[in-house]
Write a new protein. Structure first.
Length: 583
């Protein structure tokens, strides 16, 4: 399985499990809302049934107090209770608390009037079952029958009697004893008990129904929680397993490739140093390969990259062996020269041949390194595009460093090949006549994305400045000089000026910047191969690579000159000239 496919699978599983957790969380929330609502309905239902019972008790207490004491306040309170229960009078706020005891004692109760709604209407709002509603209706009916008897007793106290139609129009003598017996006899108690029985049955029905509902939502809530815990456990296991696999398949192997790449870069530098030392005549230098093969027996992206680097290591080893053989031969020749002074001329010829072989070998090494480096850079590009999100911040920084160094090495190899051709006179110039001001404009436009907050000013007349030269080669010279100016010019506030003018039978092109400048003692050295310049401000060395060496050889191949005018802290002016008429 490729690394890309592996990450797609892991991310897909994470996505599915997170969606499942989110869905269950929503279901659990909805279930909890329903559970809370069922508990609220159960509580309000109990309050409603208790209010029916309590109102019946209050009416009994008030009618009995009235027939015993004759105090009209009890009669008034009796009818207020009855009016509130039937919805003819607003129900006081917090009516279910202690209310009538305070009123009967003459204690004022601070409360606001509520909605005028009968008990029966409030029962309908709570969604009672048919059986529960039937019980409450039966209790209401029996309570109303009890209220009729109590109403009759209060009329008897005033001397009014039922005329047989349910109306108290028959006038008679007030009979307090009869009124008392009507609310205290056994018939009255039986009627009260009959009114209370449906309320008791309602309590039982309500308790069974609401208990089942609450139990149902509770069980379902626990089920949702168990499923969420299961999925969280799966996520935890998936995280551990994927982390282990990523560390094994990606992180550790990328780290190994990173270290190997550093070793390869160090070996390339060492090889170049040995070659330079041999070129200077020091035949005691030896190249020792430090980079080792990585045995990643996989067909994924990292395995392919490791095989490419292993191949490059093999080529470095071959180059080192070749150099070792050459230096060994050179040492033998040197000993022979010392021992056989008469063969100096012949040995000198052989040394020249060996130097040519050395140059050819160096050219071959550099040329052969271009292909594997191109492959390495391509695989690094793929790794950054498809797998960079899975790497740590440190891993991405390492990958960026490796890519940058690889690209620099590729550019160094290309420049080294061109420099080698020009040093040996093998570079063929493709001469043509062109306007150099137009070429300067093209190069400036090409490097516009690198300008950032720095300004590039074109300072030349609109009249054409024709030269006969290799347009592509001179374009690279201008691009190298402008790239160096962008590299060392501060941002923001940096300014680069491009100037082209006719001067004494030639055309002079200048690249002027306001960067840190170059000390005078380095004006010649910076045009050498891999020359270094040291800043006087921070004592830091900067390598100029092969760019300026290429510029110097290219300009001189056209019969021109190149130079620099600079002082530390005052910027630099790089210039070159080309003859107007080249034969």
């Amino acid at each position: 399985m490729t690394i890309r496919r592996f990450f797609q699978l892991v991310y897909g599983l994470f996505f599915v499990l997170l969606i499942a957790i989110g869905t269950l969380a929503v279901l659990l929330y909805v279930n909890e809302v329903k559970l809370i609502n069922s508990q609220r309905i159960r509580f309000e239902s109990y309050l409603l049934a208790d209010e029916l019972r309590q109102s019946s008790d209050d009416m009994t207490r008030f009618v009995r107090s009235y027939v015993v004491t004759g105090d009209p306040k009890y009669k008034r309170m009796y009818y207020e209770v009855l009016a509130i229960r039937k919805g003819k009078k607003p129900r006081p706020e917090h009516y279910n608390r202690i209310y009538w005891d305070f009123i009967a004692a003459g204690i004022p109760v601070k409360t606001r009037p509520g909605e005028a709604l009968s008990l029966q209407a409030r029962m309908s709002r709570l969604g009672f079952s048919d059986a529960e509603f039937h019980k409450l209706n039966e209790a209401q009916r029996l309570s109303d029958a009890l209220a009729k008897r109590e109403n009759a007793a209060m009329h008897v106290m005033l001397g009014w009697y039922d005329d047989g139609t349910g109306h108290f129009r028959k006038r008679g003598k007030p009979n307090r004893e009869l009124a008392i017996s009507m609310v205290y006899d056994a018939a009255y108690e039986k009627l009260r008990a009959r009114a209370m029985k449906p309320i008791n049955d309602f309590y039982a029905l309500l308790d069974r129904r609401t208990s089942r509902t609450a139990e149902f939502y509770t069980r379902r809530g626990f089920l949702y929680l168990e499923l969420i815990f299961v999925i969280l456990t799966a996520l935890w296991l998936l995280t551990i397993v994927s982390s282990v696999m990523i560390a094994k398949r990606v992180t550790s192997r990328v780290s190994a490739i990173e270290k190997q790449t550093e070793m390869v870069a160090a070996d390339i530098d060492a090889l170049a140093g040995v070659a330079a030392s041999i070129a200077d005549g020091n035949l005691s230098e030896q190249f020792e390969l430090r980079a080792q093969h990585l045995n990643f027996n996989t067909n994924d992206e990292i395995g392919q990259l490791a095989r490419v680097q292993n191949h490059m290591i093999d080529r470095l080893k071959e180059a080192g062996d070749s150099i070792a053989r050459i230096t060994a031969e050179l040492r033998e020749d040197a000993l022979e020269l010392e021992a056989h002074s008469r063969q100096i001329e012949e040995s000198y010829k052989k040394l020249r041949e060996l130097e040519s072989l050395r140059d050819s070998l160096t050219h071959m090494i550099v040329h052969d390194m271009r292909t594997p480096l191109t492959s390495i850079y391509g695989y690094l590009e793929m790794l950054r595009e498809f797998e960079s999100k899975s790497l740590s911040q440190e891993g991405r920084e390492y990958l960026s460093i490796v890519m940058g160094e690889t690209q620099n090495l590729m550019e160094m190899i290309s420049s080294l090949l061109d420099v080698s051709k020009m040093e040996h006179g093998e570079m063929q110039l493709d001469l043509s006549e062109f306007d150099i001001t137009e070429l300067v404009k093209e190069i400036a436009a090409k490097l516009e994305p690198l300008r950032e907050d720095r300004s590039i000013i074109l300072d030349f007349a609109e009249t054409p400045l024709l030269v006969t030269a290799d347009r592509h080669l001179i374009g690279r010279v201008i691009q190298n000089l402008l790239s160096n100016a962008l590299k060392f010019t501060p941002s923001p506030g940096g300014e680069i000026r491009l100037r082209a003018e006719r001067q004494d039978g030639s055309v002079k092109v200048c690249v002027i910047d306001n960067g840190p400048g170059v000390p005078k003692e380095y004006h010649e050295k910076i045009f050498e191969k891999f020359g270094q310049v040291e800043s006087r401000q921070n004592r830091q060395k900067y390598s100029t690579g092969l760019g300026l060496t290429f510029c110097k050889l290219a300009v001189e191949a056209h019969g021109g000159r190149i130079g620099i005018e600079s002082e530390p802290g005052k910027g630099s002016t790089f210039w070159f000239t080309l003859p107007v008429n080249r034969t």
